[in-house]
Design a protein around this ligand. Structure first.
Ligand code: DX5
Ligand code: ZN
Length: 216
């Protein structure tokens, strides 16, 4: 079954705990946490303190997407704050293999992510090391942007490589996912769909999640 990871970027931050519990009750599988530093991406969001604050309010895995420069400097803090999955951008990691080992040394699942303009081939050397591959279907920084369809062949490529080499990583997509684009992603081989506005901007989150999940 396709997993759904609501992105709290689109939630009401003044009621963050309640928003997270609401999507958990509505059937979410992961809570997607977007960390932005104002350098790797233009926007600034949250840090380890907020991850620590929300850790006790949900039993779902916290899927933490680090859109930051020099992520190695903050991995320990996010791991100790309670992240279950830490995903770093290939574009921000000159020593990607080392960074992934660092994440795993804290007993946290290691993910790697690429922007729409980065070829999937950049990930090939580390595919045996990762628990999750995230493919951006928008340029990161903001919620509510339009899905970039030219990323879809990368989903297929990752799914093929996984089968060929019997890798175990999950394939996640992030950006502009709603009912119609969700179908394109799952058909291409995605296992986890991140959705911000398509869930949090809906009154009935349960229905929103089901519609995205069952869009096949
Ligand atoms: C974009 C973030 C996404 C974003 C998705 O930089 O990484 O997780 O919140 O938002 P929607 O689903 O609204 O495109
Ligand atoms: Zn994200």
């Amino acid at each position: 079954m396709t997993k759904i990871a609501p992105s709290i970027l689109a939630s009401n931050f003044s009621e963050l705990a309640r928003e997270i519990q609401d999507v958990e009750a509505a059937g979410a599988d992961y809570i997607h946490v977007d960390v932005m530093d104002g350098r790797f991406v233009p926007n600034i969001t949250i840090g380890p303190l907020v991850v620590e604050a929300v850790r006790p309010v949900t039993s779902l895995p916290l899927d933490v997407h680090l859109m930051i420069e020099e992520p190695d400097r903050y991995i320990e803090s996010f791991a100790k704050a309670g992240a279950d999955i830490l995903t770093v951008h290939q574009e921000a990691c000159p020593h990607l293999h080392r960074t992934l080992q660092l994440i795993k040394s804290y007993d946290v699942k290691a993910g790697v992510v690429i922007n729409p303009g980065t070829p999937a081939e950049m990930l090939e050397p580390v595919l045996g090391e990762v628990d999750l591959v995230l493919l951006m279907t928008v340029n990161p920084g903001f919620g509510g942007q339009q899905f970039i369809e030219s990323v879809v062949p990368k989903i297929q490529k990752l799914a093929e490589w996984r089968e060929e080499h019997q890798y175990t990583f999950e394939i996640e997509v992030d950006g502009g996912v709603k009912k119609d684009t969700a179908k394109i992603c799952t058909e291409a081989g995605a296992d986890v769909l991140v959705a911000g506005s398509a869930i949090f901007n809906q009154e009935d989150r349960k229905r929103a999640i089901e519609e995205i999940r069952n869009s096949k």
